[in-house]
Design a protein around this ligand. Structure first.
Ligand code: 5RP
Length: 227
């Protein structure tokens, strides 16, 4: 990652940490931008901010523990006040593709139970149309080749995500299949519906109607906030 992008991510993450107020239940997304947010939030907790958090991945939970951010038991949570998370792409209607970091299912659960999902991105993530970033699709491992065959039959080709030469397994014990979208992808809702209708598919990385404020970071430290 270039230094300019890192600075932009830090700016977005730092700004989002200022949105958090004592007493809030906070959802923690996953990824490098969220990493910056969790570090900034950790500093605020060490200075006296009193919150409880729920992490969308084991990675974010580990970082939160290191930062002394109190974590909720997952079986205690029914709602969150705010979730802060990154995105792989976001379009002018605040539709997103997420899951590049493999945490899409838990991220979507957190976003859906939050009063607001605050999205933090560097400016390279803002796109006019989808198509250039593959759509992550989480699927159960049971008969996954049959699920992929059904996707192929609908015209969706892609690649099973791997890590270290073996299939990547999500925190939920599932595989991720990264689909090449049509370029441009003009009907993401239709694609989402078709893909989700296949038994074996657990969730897609399309996030619709979930983003609240969007914080776009720039390398000079500036942050644009879109409501
Ligand atoms: C993880 C995600 C991330 O939010 C997304 O991949 C963006 O990551 P980064 O902040 O590292 O660019 O959806 O599943």
């Amino acid at each position: 990652m270039s230094n300019a992008i890192s600075l932009a991510k830090e700016a977005a993450g730092r700004t989002a940490a200022q949105f958090i107020e004592s007493g809030m239940l906070v959802g923690l997304g996953t990824g490098t931008t969220t990493h910056c947010f969790i570090e900034a939030l950790g500093k605020r907790c060490q200075e006296g901010l009193r919150i409880q958090a729920l992490a969308s991945s084991e990675r974010s939970a580990t970082l939160a523990r290191e930062q002394k951010i109190p974590l909720l038991q997952t079986d205690q949570v029914t709602y969150l006040d705010i979730t802060v998370d990154g995105a792989d792409q976001i379009d002018p209607q605040k539709r997103m593709i997420k899951g590049g970091g493999g945490a899409l299912l838990r991220e979507k659960i957190l976003a859906s139970i939050s009063k607001e999902m605050v999205v933090i991105v560097d400016s390279s993530k803002v796109v006019e149309q989808f198509g250039s970033f593959p759509l992550p699709v989480e699927m159960v491992t049971f008969a996954y080749q049959a699920t992929i065959k059904k996707l192929n039959a609908l015209g969706y080709t892609g690649k099973l995500r791997e890590k270290g030469g073996i299939p990547y397994v999500s925190d939920n014990g599932n595989y991720i299949f990264d689909i090449s979208l049509p370029k441009p992808c003009l009907t993401p809702e239709k694609e989402n519906q078709q893909i989700r209708a296949i038994p074996g598919v657990v969730e897609t990385g399309f996030f619709f109607g979930l983003a609240g404020r969007v914080l776009i970071g720039f390398p000079d430290g500036r942050v644009e906030i879109r409501s």
